[in-house]
Design a protein around this ligand. Structure first.
Ligand code: PA5
Length: 445
C-alpha cells in the first residue's frame, strides 16, 4: 500500500497538455536534485537518508528511548521550527493529539522552547512537579534563542532535582556533530548526543534523530517509519510525470500558481493530522516563500473549519486550491446505533461506522469546493500507520524541493528568518547590536 495522488477533480482546472508541458521542467528539477547541481545543493542529505541512515546511531536512539520510557514520567522536548514540528506532528498523528491524556505505558511528552511565553513555561514546570523527567534538547545551530533559554530553565530544574551527575543521565542533546554552543555544552557536561547531519536542514530533519528520539519515546515504530520513507524514496526516483505522483503534485501546484492560485490549503478530516499541517506549512513556507515569490501554505481541519473557513473556500476570493489528505482508514471506528425514538431525526446516519459519515463529508465537500472554483488535489493515505506516514513525509519533502526548483528559488535556505532575530537581539541589548538598538527604539516611539 502506498500514498497515492488522486487527480480526478483537477481536470476542470488543468488540461492534459499543461501537465505534459511541465515534463521537461520537472525532469530538469529532478536532475538538479539527484546530480546535486541546483541551488542549496549542500542540503540534500534527506534525499537518500531513508535508505542510508546511520544504523549504529539508530540503535542508540532506540536504547535511549527505552531508558527514557523506563525512568521518566515526562519527556520535555526542547526545540523550535524544524527541530520541533516534525516530532510533534508524527506523535499526534500516530499516537493521538490527546496523547498526554491517554492511559498508556509511555511518558507524557511536552514541547518547550518553541515560544518565549512565560505562562506556557510556568505551566509545563508546574506539570513537572513531583514527576521524573528527561529532557531532549534539539538545535542544529545550537544557538537558537528560544530553545536555548528554555534549556537553561530545564537544565537547572534537573540539576536541582537529581544533582549534576543525575541530570547528566537524563539530558539528551540532538545537535551538530562538531559545532555550536549546545555541542560544546553537551561535551563539557557529558550528555548523550545525537547528530543532525550537516547536509540535512531543519525542516527536512524529522527522519533524523531530531524527530526519531521523541517519536520512539512515544512508542511509535521508528523502523517502520523509515521503511515507509525508503519505499517512497524508491517510488519517486523516476522523473516520468505519468508514473511519479510526487512530481505530478509538484507540477500541478506550479500550474495552479501560474493561474493565480497563490494559496494552498492542506486539509484533513482527522484532528490527529493538524500538527502535520503545521509541519507542512513550515516545510513549504520556508522553502518557497522567498524572492517575493511562492505559494502561501495554509491549512484546515474539517469538519471544524468547514464552519469557519468553509464559506471563504466555497465563495470568497478565488485565490486558493486545496490538497486534501484522505486518510482512508480510521484508527478506531465508532458504530452509530439506531435510536428507536429518533427524536433528533438522525436515524439516517445510524447503523454504520462514523468513518463512513466522515467519508461522505469529504466527498460532498470536494465536489462543492471544486464546483465553487477551488481546485482539489487528493492524497490518499491508506492507513494512519508508521509506514504510510514515513511515505507521506518523504512525498512532501521531495515535492517541496522540486516545487522550489520549478519556482526558481533555493528551497533549502531561509534568509528571511534572520530579520526578526536581528531586531530582537538589538532590542534586548545583545552585545554587538548596539547601533541597531538606537534606530529601532526611535521607530517604536
Ligand atoms: O528549517 C529550519 O532550518 C528552521 O526552522 C530551524 O529548524 C529552526 O530555526 C531551528 O533551528 P535550530 O535547530 O538551529 O535551533
Amino acid at each position: 500500500m502506498a500514498v497515492t495522488l488522486n487527480d480526478r477533480h483537477i481536470t476542470a482546472f488543468i488540461k492534459g497538455h499543461e501537465l505534459e508541458g511541465m515534463q521537461p521542467l520537472v525532469s530538469a528539477a529532478h536532475t538538479k536534485l539527484h546530480d546535486k547541481t541546483g541551488l542549496g545543493n549542500d542540503f540534500l542529505g534527506w534525499v537518500t537518508l531513508p535508505a542510508d541512515y546511520d544504523r549504529e546511531e539508530f540503535e542508540r536512539i532506540q536504547k535511549a528511548a527505552k531508558k527514557i520510557q523506563s525512568d521518566s514520567d515526562i519527556l520535555i522536548v526542547i526545540g523550535i521550527g524544524g527541530s520541533y514540528l516534525g516530532a510533534r506532528a508524527v506523535i499526534e498523528m500516530l499516537r493521538s493529539p490527546l496523547y498526554n491524556s491517554l492511559k498508556k505505558d509511555t511518558p507524557d511528552i511536552y514541547f518547550a522552547g518553541n515560544n518565549i511565553n512565560p505562562t506556557y513555561l510556568n505551566e509545563i514546570l508546574s506539570i513537572c512537579e513531583g514527576k521524573d523527567i528527561s529532557v531532549n534538547v534539539i538545535s542544529k545551530s545550537g544557538t537558537t534563542t528560544e530553545p536555548a533559554l528554555a534549556f537553561r530553565v530545564f537544565r537547572d530544574l534537573l540539576e536541582q532535582k537529581y544533582g549534576k551527575e543525575g541530570a547528566k543521565g537524563r539530558i539528551y542533546a540532538t545537535t551538530d556533530k562538531a559545532r555550536g554552543t549546545l555541542k560544546e555544552l553537551a561535551d563539557k557536561e557529558g550528555y548523550e548526543t545525537f547528530v543532525i547531519p550537516d547536509d540535512v536542514g531543519g525542516r527536512f530533519s524529522v527522519l533524523t534523530p531530531v524527530g526519531l528520539l521523541p517519536i520512539a519515546v512515544s512508542g511509535c515504530d521508528i523502523k517502520a517509519l523509515m521503511d515507509g520513507a525508503a519505499a517512497a524514496q524508491n517510488a519517486y526516483a523516476n522523473d516520468d510525470l505519468s508514473k511519479n505522483d510526487c512530481y505530478r503534485y509538484a507540477a500541478y501546484r506550479n500550474i495552479l500558481h501560474a493561474k493565480g492560485k497563490s494559496v494552498e490549503m492542506l486539509v484533513s478530516y482527522d484532528p490527529a493530522f493538524t500538527m502535520m499541517t503545521e509541519w507542512f506549512k513550515q516545510l513549504f513556507g520556508e522553502s518557497e516563500g522567498k524572492d517575493q515569490k511562492g505559494i502561501y501554505p495554509s491549512s484546515a481541519t474539517f469538519s471544524t473549519d468547514l464552519h469557519s473557513l468553509g464559506q471563504f473556500i466555497q465563495d470568497g476570493s478565488r485565490v486558493m486550491f486545496e490538497t486534501v489528505v484522505d486518510i482512508q482508514k480510521a484508527k478506531q471506528d465508532f458504530f452509530v446505533k439506531d435510536d428507536p425514538e429518533n427524536l433528533d431525526g438522525l436515524n439516517f446516519l445510524s447503523n454504520q461506522d462514523m468513518s463512513i459519515i466522515n467519508r461522505r463529508a469529504l466527498e460532498g465537500t470536494v465536489i462543492a469546493h471544486t464546483e465553487g472554483g477551488t481546485p482539489n488535489l487528493i492524497l490518499e493515505m491508506p492507513e494512519p500507520n508508521e509506514y504510510e506516514l514515513g511515505w507521506l513525509i518523504y512525498f512532501f519533502e521531495k515535492a517541496c524541493a522540486v516545487s522550489g526548483y520549478l519556482l526558481g528559488v533555493n528551497p533549502f535556505d531561509q534568509p528571511g528568518v534572520e530579520s526578526y532575530k536581528k531586531n530582537m537581539f538589538a532590542l534586548l541589548g545583545k552585545p554587538g547590536y548596539e547601533s541597531e538598538k538606537e534606530a529601532l527604539l526611535k521607530k517604536l516611539q
